[in-house]
Design a binder for this molecule. Structure first.
Ligand code: UDP
Ligand code: MG
Length: 139
């Protein structure tokens, strides 16, 4: 059953570039309610756990090193049809393929440093949200 929630994190490139506020504004203007949010930094080991599904992919080691290279802003978001609508708002993984006006088209630097994460299913949204937040931190 759809939970109407998704998990996102603003990635180190976008935080370092000072785009956190602009991205949060886009998220709110698109109708998402912020249920939980913080700033934190992953260790390489924690990034490795978060991205465990990708551990056989050639980009895994680089991705874990990049994702632990600076602060990130994890959030749980709520909206009807949250997972699908949020993937539309952020655009394709590779900013070169992302539609005009999407977060990645506007802010991503490369296919790796692509500004923002968005869960790909309701099941993963729940798993990923719980990875960063306990239920008492969710409003
Ligand atoms: N990634 C990468 N190289 C690739 C594909 C993906 O560095 O060829 C990184 C990128 O940061 C991406 C993350 O790995 O956001 C997870 O990949 P996935 O295929 O799940 O893309 P997403 O769901 O984030 O669009
Ligand atoms: Mg993904």
């Amino acid at each position: 059953m759809a939970t109407n929630r998704t998990y996102t994190m603003i990635k180190p490139d976008a935080v370092a570039a000072g785009n956190t506020g602009a991205i949060i504004k886009m998220i709110e203007e698109a109708g998402f309610r912020i249920v939980a949010m913080k700033m934190t930094q992953m260790t390489p080991d924690i990034a490795g756990k978060f991205y465990e599904v990708h551990k056989e992919r050639p980009f895994y080691a680089d991705l874990c090193s990049y994702m632990s290279s600076g602060p990130i802003v994890p959030m749980i978001l709520e909206k009807e049809n949250a997972v699908e609508d949020f993937r539309k708002l952020i655009g394709a993984t590779n900013p070169a393929d992302a539609a005009p006006g999407t977060v990645r088209k506007l802010f991503a630097k490369s296919i790796e440093a692509n500004a923002i994460h968005g869960s790909d299913s309701d099941e993963n949204a729940a798993i990923e949200g719980a990875f960063f937040f306990s239920s008492v931190e969710q409003n």
